[in-house]
Design a protein around this ligand. Structure first.
Ligand code: GLU
Length: 312
């Protein structure tokens, strides 16, 4: 790959990654990567606490990244609420927070890279044409359509992709059977989460991913994309999801209540307890986080993919 192949921003980010790797700065780098598609809720707080404590328990770095490529889904003021909560809970990112919507040219240049490798193609199928079929049949694979104003899909293979999740055990998928070639860029130009997450995890030198079990089924897609781009593999830990009293996972779709930054210590204690960890003293949030990190024990995290309701 030559510098001409990639955008200036991308080559800068690659150089930074390479110098970090040479200096061997950190053997653990983890992240908290909220999307501002709604205010932070208790489920997101659990992810923030677990990713933070796991990183600090490994003497690692913990980095915040705002995943805001899906511009039409950005919810008014939610980014502000996320930042306000991070401050109130005294979560400090070890490097400057990055915003994915400012990095669109990087993702575009990675699509070009994949295009050179003939691993992506343009697809003109509309949602209507695809109907209720969730497995894409590869209709446009051999059409060789121009990339302009079309969706871009990555080719997948008929092979089983497996990984060993630190909590959920082995998880596998045959992407061709389960999903088909998947979209990296939508026809309206929006970069898909799957691409942005893989590229930034690589460029930021992440080693560990700690996130909710709702993203478990996305992981094989991300591993596949990482393999297409010759990125090193990551370690994954998918946390059980906090449920509401109706047995639904707390989510923006279920209108989960926004967390109140004014009650940071109490909410932190609830999140630490929901993660099955030894209790910590009610204190300043950074003291509580330090104590929780020192006591962090993943064998205490509830098994399975759900944590029963403790908070609406
Ligand atoms: N941005 C995603 C979300 O808010 C999380 C991505 C990830 O942790 O991989 O659901």
């Amino acid at each position: 790959m030559t510098v001409n192949d990639i955008s200036a921003k991308h080559s800068l980010a690659l150089a930074q990654r390479q110098s970090d790797a040479l200096l061997n700065r950190c053997s653990y780098k983890g992240r908290f990567a909220p999307s501002p598609t709604g205010p932070l809720h208790f489920g997101s707080l659990i992810t923030a606490v677990a990713s933070y404590c796991d990183a600090k328990a490994h003497n690692g770095q913990w980095i915040v990244r705002i995943e805001d490529t899906d511009i039409p889904r950005i919810y008014p003021n939610s980014e502000q609420h996320i930042l306000q909560c991070l401050e109130a809970f005294e979560f400090e990112s070890d490097v400057e927070i990055i915003y994915q919507r400012q990095r669109l040219d990087i993702y575009e240049s990675v699509i070009e890279q994949l295009q050179h490798k003939k691993l992506v193609y343009a697809c003109e199928c509309t949602r209507k044409m695809l109907g209720s079929n969730h497995i894409y049949a590869g209709t446009c694979r051999e059409k060789h359509l121009d990339f302009q104003d079309q969706a871009i899909r990555v080719k997948v293979d008929d092979q089983l992709i497996c990984f060993e999740d630190r909590l959920q055990g082995q998880h596998c998928s045959n992407l061709q059977h389960d999903l088909g070639d998947f979209v990296l860029k939508r026809r309206d130009g929006i970069i898909n989460y799957q691409l942005a997450v893989v590229v930034d995890d690589y460029l930021q030198g992440m080693t560990h991913v700690v996130r909710g079990a709702d993203l478990l089924d996305n992981t094989e897609r991300q591993i596949w994309l990482g393999q297409c781009l010759s990125y090193p593999p990551l370690e994954y830990m998918h946390l059980p999801l906090a449920m509401n009293e109706q047995g639904q996972k707390l989510s923006k779709q279920n209108l989960a209540q926004a967390i109140d930054p004014q009650h940071a210590p109490e909410l932190l204690l609830q999140a630490i307890t929901a993660l099955g960890q030894a209790p910590v003293d009610l204190d300043q949030p950074n003291q509580m986080l330090a104590q929780a990190s020192a006591q962090w024990d993943i064998s205490r995290i509830p098994k399975g993919t759900e944590i029963p309701a403790i908070y609406k």
